[in-house]
Design a binder for this molecule. Structure first.
Ligand code: NAI
Length: 395
């Protein structure tokens, strides 16, 4: 099975979908020296991707981040194609089309009839299982998940997700390629939300819960997490930035795929925002109002309240990170890298757990569990064991 030989940059890469993600992935691959073929069924998307890349390259040359020669090379190596058959010589094809299983499966079946037998087929899906996409293929061992973050040229993290059927050589080849693109790769299991979109759920979910209970308003919760946690953006600012439509759909999908696990249960607050089309910055209003002349609400800067909010959210985040390690999604280092490089957390959560003291984190969770009696607050068994055995994640 596939084992990509050096030099990696000589291989041709196909990108399907020229939207937000596909265009970004194509830019990363072509900048790394590959010949890149981009396909999309929508000509407007192709035109937009072409223009955006042209503008980006021009700016980079002006700012002396790219030489004229390299800029010319990039323009010469990227090809926007209108026939899937042009992908026949690609060593790897990365799909970033609409998030729909049937549409993706149909595309993969078609691709298999075009590309060579050892061509790697990858999906950038953020919520579908790689196993389900691979199951449509004759050679499911060549199918893998390569999950970039938006915007792909800027965000350093890439999650690599072998399905249960993926050949180990394919995983290693993909890791080699993406590492050569200057990205930070973490290997993770084919489980809902992979690492980042699973662990990060608590940042939003617990913050919304705190708001729903009337403990604090959006501005105060955002202030608390930035002040006591050092997060660059508070959860409500961040949800408005991501878009409440996207964030709600990811939450719903992770919850459903985990067989309705209470820890991931979506909130009515977010659902109502979604239904009212209050998507956040892009629609002008979300948790906050972004229209001109609106004064942003001020937080209630109460030290004790701030600490309570921070403790509750960080304990939930750490519990999720511990559970991800307990269930062997990835190594301690990769779980921490995923959160610092994928969503800019100020510290890896498992390192943070060591610093706060595992016993302290456990006490917060046990108190919440005792008070609410809700399953969402049950501490991970590994956390309990580690406290009992006085262990640390790093040491
Ligand atoms: P998008 O809507 O910006 O772009 C999708 C593109 O695919 C469109 O240009 C569309 O014309 C094209 N397309 C649809 N069906 C096609 C087909 N059958 N053949 C060829 N082209 C087709 O979507 P976006 O945001 O770029 O997402 C793409 C994929 O990346 C999805 O699977 C999404 O879950 C995933 N993803 C998205 C992230 C994000 O923040 N937007 C982050 C990480 C992954």
């Amino acid at each position: 099975m596939t084992n990509i030989q050096h030099p990696i940059s000589n291989i041709q890469i196909g990108v399907i979908g020229a939207g937000a993600m596909g265009a970004g992935i194509a830019q990363v691959a072509v900048t790394a020296g590959h010949t890149v073929l981009v396909y999309d069924t929508n000509q407007t998307a192709i035109d937009k991707a072409k223009n955006n890349l042209r503008t980006t390259i021009k700016k980079q040359v002006e700012r002396q981040k790219l030489t004229e020669e390299n800029a010319k090379g990039i323009s010469a190596r990227i090809h926007y194609i209108s026939n899937l058959h042009d992908l026949k010589n690609c060593a790897a094809v990365i799909e970033a089309i609409v998030e729909n299983l049937e549409v993706k499966q149909k595309l993969f079946v078609e691709l298999e009839s075009i590309v060579s037998s050892d061509c790697i087929l990858a999906s950038n899906t953020s919520s579908l299982s790689i196993a389900s996409i691979a199951s449509a293929c004759k050679k499911s061992e060549r199918v893998i998940g390569i999950h970039f973050f938006n915007p792909a040229p800027i965000m350093p993290l890439v999650e690599i997700i072998p399905a249960i059927t993926t050949d180990e050589n394919v995983t290693q080849s993909v890791k080699k390629i993406i590492d050569a693109w200057g990205k930070i790769t973490v290997l993770t299991k084919d489980t809902p939300g992979f690492i980042v979109n699973r662990v990060a759920r608590s940042y939003y979910g617990e913050s919304i819960r705190i708001y729903e209970e009337g403990m604090a308003d959006f501005a105060t919760i955002d202030w608390a997490l930035k002040t006591y946690g050092g997060f660059k953006m508070g959860p409500f600012e961040l949800m408005d930035f991501i878009g409440n439509d996207i964030n709600f759909k990811v939450t719903e999908s992770v919850w459903e795929q985990f067989f309705y696990e209470p820890r991931f249960k979506p909130s009515l607050t977010q659902k109502r925002l979604y239904e009212a089309k209050l998507f956040g910055r892009k629609s002008g209003r979300g948790y906050y109002n972004y229209s001109e002349n609106t004064v942003m609400p001020s937080p209630k800067q109460d030290d004790m309240l701030g600490k309570i909010i921070f403790n509750r959210v960080i304990a939930m985040l750490i519990n999720e990170a511990v559970d991800s390690f307990y269930l062997q999604l990835a190594s301690v280092q990769d779980i921490d890298l995923a959160m610092t490089k994928g969503v800019n957390y100020p510290k890896g959560l498992l390192k943070w757990a060591d610093e706060l003291g595992l016993a302290n984190v456990l006490t917060i969770l046990e108190n919440l569990y005792a008070e609410y009696g809700e399953d969402r607050y049950r501490p991970c068994v590994l956390l309990k064991r580690m406290v009992k055995e006085k262990k640390f994640f790093y040491h």
